[in-house]
Design a protein around this ligand. Structure first.
Ligand code: DAH
Length: 361
């Protein structure tokens, strides 16, 4: 009787355990949870083992019956566990695949194109034209000495030409001495002409170079900026004449502006050239402006550059014999060329970095 009762009790316990376990396995959400359930029901110290501990107390006749029932349950639970485990793994893979899914029909991320600044564009064009004519490209420092910027270019201390090129002096009072390494004051160069001197000191004729770069002056209005760009040119050899100067500059201006452009050479003065000239090109704004053109003020001509034959006094500073060699030099404002080429009426537009302006080039 007790045997039968015992069997009943164990069967009941096993049935309860089965119900509970099946319900728990069905509600499982993660592999960790599933593993914890496996340990809880099927582990060495799990609930099933716990029930079977009492098996020793039942008689030999019922023991196999209960044992068989317990094994059956064990098998069922193991199968449930395996099934759930596969199911969870599949779900995980599916979720990963969905997350990685690339929608090739979505619009791409736009790439905004960079472009050269108009000044650099014009500068590159200018350099390319001179390179084609056999000029090499040299560079000089933006911080110069008084000697290179003025003195060696035949602009002595009290020369009135200095007034037009007032600049930013470095290190102490205007004209002050800036240290033992340099016995002439330092300043921000006012033009690229000092590169002529530097090149002639290092290299003997024949010389044929252009030197682009930044220059500084105490100037600021719609056509003048305290910082702007120039290209300097220098050609020195035996028998160089004004005809070479005119030929080179004419080719340059026709290439950079228009093959049919009208130009004129007008006598002028620069301390480092003799004779000196300024070159004017015909005004291309007159038609657009109508009436009296504001750009050329009705004259029909626009000044574009300074030039001349290298003054013998300059040659003396660099130990080139003016009885043997002659040469020409020129200096062009790059902003001015860009303004005329693109019809820009305010120099400050180049430096404001307004994309609406820059994107037009
Ligand atoms: N350096 C002059 C200036 O900035 C421009 C110039 C004029 C340069 C005549 C030259 C030249 O080489 O020959 O105003």
């Amino acid at each position: 009787m007790t045997e039968i009762l015992f069997k009943e009790i164990l069967f009941n316990k096993l049935d309860e355990l089965k119900k509970e376990a099946i319900a728990s396995f069905a509600g499982v959400r993660s592999e960790e949870e599933l593993y914890a359930l496996k340990v809880r029901y099927l582990g060495k110290k799990g609930l099933l083992t716990d029930i079977l501990k009492d098996l020793g107390n039942v008689g030999a006749e019922v023991r196999p019956v209960i044992g068989a029932r317990a094994n059956e349950l064990k098998g069922e639970l193991e199968e449930t566990y395996e099934r759930q485990s596969r199911e969870l793994k599949n779900r995980k893979i599916q979720a990963e695949l969905e997350a990685e899914n690339v929608d090739v029909t979505l619009p791409g991320t736009p790439v905004s194109w960079g472009r050269a600044h108009p000044i650099n564009r014009v500068l590159s064009e200018m350099k390319a034209i001179f390179r084609e004519m056999g000029f090499t490209i040299c560079e000089g420092p933006e911080i110069e000495t008084d000697f290179y910027n003025f003195e060696a270019l035949n602009i002595p201390k009290d020369h009135p030409a200095r007034d037009m090129q007032d600049t930013f002096y470095l290190g102490g009072p205007i004209g002050g001495n800036v240290g033992a390494y340099c016995n002439t004051p330092l300043l921000l160069r006012t033009h690229t002409s000092p590169v002529q001197i530097r090149v002639m000191q290092k290299q003997k004729p024949p010389i044929q170079m252009v030197s682009p770069g930044v220059v500084y002056r105490r100037d600021a209005d719609v056509t003048h900026s305290p910082m702007f760009h120039q290209i300097e040119g220098l050609m020195v050899d035996r028998h160089i004449t004004m005809a070479h100067l005119k030929g080179v500059l004419e080719v340059f201006l026709r290439k950079i502006f228009d093959p049919d452009i009208k130009l004129k050479f007008r006598p002028s003065f620069f301390p480092f050239t003799e004779p000196s000239a300024e070159v004017d090109i015909e005004c291309m704004f007159c038609e657009r402006e109508g009436g009296i053109c504001r750009v050329c003020k009705g004259s029909g001509w626009l000044e574009i550059m300074g030039c001349g034959m290298v003054d013998p006094a300059v040659f003396k500073f660099v130990n080139i014999d003016p009885k043997i060699y002659t040469g020409f030099a020129f200096g062009i404002g790059v902003e001015r060329v860009a303004m005329l080429k693109y019809g820009i009426n305010d120099i400050r537009l180049f430096y404001e970095n307004d994309l609406r302006f820059l994107e037009q080039f």
